[in-house]
Design a protein around this ligand. Structure first.
Ligand code: EPS
Length: 366
């Protein structure tokens, strides 16, 4: 028993869709919670004017009846309101009538830092738009909806996942972050940053030490590194551990009447590929958005001549959005690991299996 997720959707196409498989039957979904998560992803200082066009709303087409999962694939849709401006250019079928709106002429100026050039070469395209529409982070909207469902499943076994911003453009407090974003926008530049995701209440034993592909830290790192613009991931103290002697780098084991515990959490809640019962702590570093209003040098793919890269409406920074997306990614991967460990076709079986397990290992969340 595992969770699966397939998503589809282009940034300016008609809609974003996701099919989430492997949920137990009987999970009551809180629609308001999903709405709130979608809204959180859209907020954030420094986002593109596109966010004033989109008001992401979730439509559920299958797998849910009167608010409860049926244990069948859950089909989720988030529309792209902006599509109406791209109806000709992004028409799924050969468009009728004269070209109108956006996306009617080919993009031939690949942007450094984007998937543009390699994607075009790989697929034998002659319009960069055929790459960037899917490479865009727009489709994280429907992924956040799926992550919100995963968080609701995890909540049934007492696991809470939350993401936050640590840094934007090197600034660490909100005022300085906003000032850095204002400055970057005025200079037609962009900023990256660092986000952190914490998961509380994860019992020991999710993941496995047996194989590389099953190691929980490896899986969570992939979940985070797979998000657009993420260039680095740390578990716990991560890179800083490399500079410490072994005597200072690990978390000593203690036991009291409530079970085993640690006084430190340098490992970030994962040892040997297994959750160890401590809080899971992960950080992800996001590079600055590579669509620049003052473009970098590139080559026009139609002429082969040097040129400046494509200039498109874009975000100055999207680090706050990344915190929400990273939270969804970690929640989804933890929910998947929990489905593998506790199984169950009905929610009550999943929860009963969890309870029997934590009782056997004499563990309770602190
Ligand atoms: C994005 C470019 C911008 C962002 C978009 C991601 O969109 P547009 O090109 O339409 O201005 O706003 O993100 C979203 C639309 C979203 O909902 O997150 C990109 O190239 O990745």
């Amino acid at each position: 028993m595992t969770l699966s997720l397939v998503t589809a959707g282009e940034s300016h196409g008609p809609a974003l869709v996701a099919i989430l498989g492997g949920l137990p039957a009987g999970l009551k979904l809180d629609q308001e919670q999903i709405r709130a998560d979608l809204r959180r992803r859209q907020q954030g200082y420094g986002r593109s004017p596109r966010q004033q066009i989109e008001q992401d709303e979730l439509e559920v087409l299958a797998g849910l009846r009167q608010g409860k999962t049926l244990g069948t694939p859950l089909a989720l849709v988030v529309g792209n309101r902006d599509h109406k401006h791209w109806a000709w250019g992004m028409s799924p079928w050969p468009p009728e009538g004269e070209p109108e709106g956006k996306g009617t002429t080919p993009v031939t100026l690949p942007r450094p830092g984007h998937a543009d050039l390699a994607g075009l070469l790989k697929h034998d395209f002659d319009d960069v738009r055929d790459v960037l529409e899917r490479a865009s982070a727009r489709h994280t909207a429907v992924f956040v909806a799926a992550g919100s469902v995963a968080r609701q499943l995890l909540r049934e076994i007492g696991i809470e996942v939350s993401g936050s911003v640590l840094e934007i453009g090197g600034a660490t407090d909100e005022e300085a972050m906003h000032a850095a974003i204002d400055k970057a926008r005025a200079e037609q530049d962009t900023l990256g940053g660092i986000v952190e995701v914490r998961a509380q209440g994860v019992p020991p034993g999710l993941g496995s030490y047996a194989d590389k592909a099953e190691r929980l830290d490896g899986r969570l790192a992939q979940a985070l590194a797979g998000i657009q613009a993420v260039k680095g991931v740390e578990t716990g103290e991560g890179f800083a551990l490399a500079r410490l002697p072994g005597s200072q780098a690990h978390d000593e084991i203690f036991k009291d009447e409530r079970g085993y515990y640690r006084e430190t959490n340098r490992a970030g809640g994962v040892e040997g590929g297994l959750s160890n019962g401590e809080e899971i702590v992960l950080r992800a570093a996001m590079k600055p958005i590579p669509t620049l209003m003052k473009p970098l040098r590139s080559v026009d793919i139609s002429s082969g001549e040097s040129a400046e890269a494509l200039v498109e409406r874009s975000d100055t920074t999207a680090v706050e959005a990344l915190a929400v997306i990273a939270e969804a990614a970690v929640a989804f991967e933890l929910a998947k690991a929990a489905r593998e460990k506790f199984g169950g076709d009905a929610l009550i079986d999943f929860v009963a299996s969890y309870r029997a397990y934590v009782e056997r290992i004499d563990w309770s969340p602190r």
